[in-house]
Ligand binder design. Sequence first.
Ligand SMILES: [Zn+2]
Length: 179
Amino acid sequence: MVEEQTNINVGAEQKTWQILEEVKDPEVPVLSIIDLGIVREIQITSPLSSPAGEGSGVRVTITPTYSGCPAMDVIQMDIRLKLLEKGYKNITINQSLSPAWTTDWMTEEGKRKLKAYGIAPPNPKQQFCSPEMFQQEAVQCPRCNSLHTEVISRFGSTACKALYRCLDCKEAFDYFKCH
Ligand SMILES: [Zn+2]
């Protein structure tokens, strides 16, 4: 009996990860919050398919891309709305600030989507990031793949991005900053 309940929860958890795949980053709509790697944990407190049906509960733990990112409020609201739409009633969203999100948590699929969208994905070699490293890092142009680029502004269209210019194809592009 206990085992059966566990199986229901595992299935419901997998399904919920798929549901959250539909929640997009409001700043970069091609990326889901799963691509971003900000969803840390999903716990089913009461599965949707439970015989009682009522009170289906889920707890989602997310880590903000950086504290104070205005997009996080929108993301939390979008998660809640999406889960309500799918039938969950008791929704708890926790924020976990430690360990801090890093661009390493972004999925390979997410990095590929970013590039296709015309935003340079975070530098894969980078583990940590300081203002000094940020200035030195080589950023690849998402259009022509040239590493011959220069920073125009530390802040691009949003605080999470920096504005760069490619010295080869002369195009300006956003770079998804490390934090
Ligand atoms: Zn270029």
